[in-house]
Design a protein around this ligand. Structure first.
Ligand SMILES: Cc1cc2nc3c(=O)[nH]c(=O)nc-3n(C[C@H](O)[C@H](O)[C@H](O)COP(=O)(O)OP(=O)(O)OC[C@H]3O[C@@H](n4cnc5c(N)ncnc54)[C@H](O)[C@@H]3O)c2cc1C
Length: 263
């Protein structure tokens, strides 16, 4: 079985306060920001490599991003991916979620014979959770989102997905796309040896010319989404803290609730 895991390099959440957006385009200014493998994609990668260890599956990590996204792919290789592919080209710059999806779909078609595509539930920077579902649509395969348990049985998968008021068990024929939630597993921490082996592996870089996609589907020309405004919401007032004896507090609280505008 061939499993493709779509992973994204994102700014390190611990450094989020240093993050700024371009006032004209509304895009995150990524230069100089420390970057990590999107945490949800780490769960997807762990899921794929743990199935590989049991069944001998082939695991391929794919990302679309700038050249430095290679670091996230090295982490995937160190976790146990067999191969990693970087989709990087100036023509991909400015991609919104639709153009990102076309690019990833083009790469998955080029890889060929893919049984299972795994994604994280969302990226912690863009946060739209659109890429997984749109990718499944683009590839014309079924999708199962928000999966917290995954079992591969021959040409079928049985999943448990998290829904608002509980869980749903969904069984589906492969090929399919699954997006995973935090907690589906505990991602392994790469060892020094696995990291140094990963750093020696060659990571092919595919550009627009390598993918069979019309050029107007890619990058900025293929991105109908426009960020019209980005702003920081005003912080709320701190609220009012009532202190004292419970009987006195109850009276004070009643007064605040009955006359909210005066307090
Ligand atoms: C007009 C516009 C211009 C933009 N220009 C840029 C730009 O120049 N550079 C830039 O970095 N971003 C840019 N973005 C942001 C970019 O579109 C999104 O980050 C990207 O499409 C993924 O969306 P998301 O982050 O919401 O991912 P989600 O949909 O939340 O991600 C879900 C899952 O999809 C997979 N995934 C998401 N992105 C990728 C990827 N790139 N490679 C592999 N798998 C992935 C992962 O498994 C992830 O867990 C732009 C956005 C807009 C609207």
């Amino acid at each position: 079985m061939r499993i493709v895991v779509c992973i994204k390099q994102v700014p390190d959440i611990a450094e989020m306060e240093k993050m700024e957006t371009d006032p004209e385009t509304g895009n995150i200014i990524r230069e100089g920001l420390p970057a990590i493998l999107n945490p949800f994609d780490e769960y997807a990668m762990e899921e794929a490599v743990s199935w590989k260890e049991r069944n001998g599956d082939e695991v391929i990590a794919v990302t679309m991003g700038p050249p430095q996204a290679e670091d996230a792919l090295i982490k995937c290789l160190s976790m146990g991916a067999d191969q990693a592919i970087l989709l990087s080209d100036r023509q991909f710059a400015g991609s919104d979620t639709i153009a990102t999806t076309w690019t990833l779909a083009g790469a998955i078609r080029k890889i060929g014979d893919v049984d299972l595509v795994l994604c994280g539930q969302q990226a912690i920077d863009g946060d739209t959770a659109q890429v997984g579902p749109m990718l499944a649509e683009n590839l014309h395969i079924p999708q199962i989102t928000y999966v917290s348990r995954l079992v591969l049985e021959g040409k079928y998968i049985t999943t448990t997905r998290e829904v608002e008021d509980g869980y749903e068990v969904v069984r589906c024929k492969l090929p399919a796309l699954v997006t995973v939630v935090k907690g589906i597993n505990i991602p392994r921490v790469p060892t020094y040896n696995s990291l140094s082996e990963a750093m020696d592996k060659e990571i092919p870089v595919w550009g627009a010319e390598d993918l069979d996609i019309e050029k107007d589907r890619l990058g900025l020309p293929g991105s109908p989404t426009a960020v019209t405004r980005v702003w920081t919401p005003e912080s709320r007032s701190q609220g009012q803290v009532l202190r004292g004896e419970p009987s006195e507090l109850a009276k004070q609280l009643a007064e605040v609730l009955l006359n909210p505008l005066q307090n």
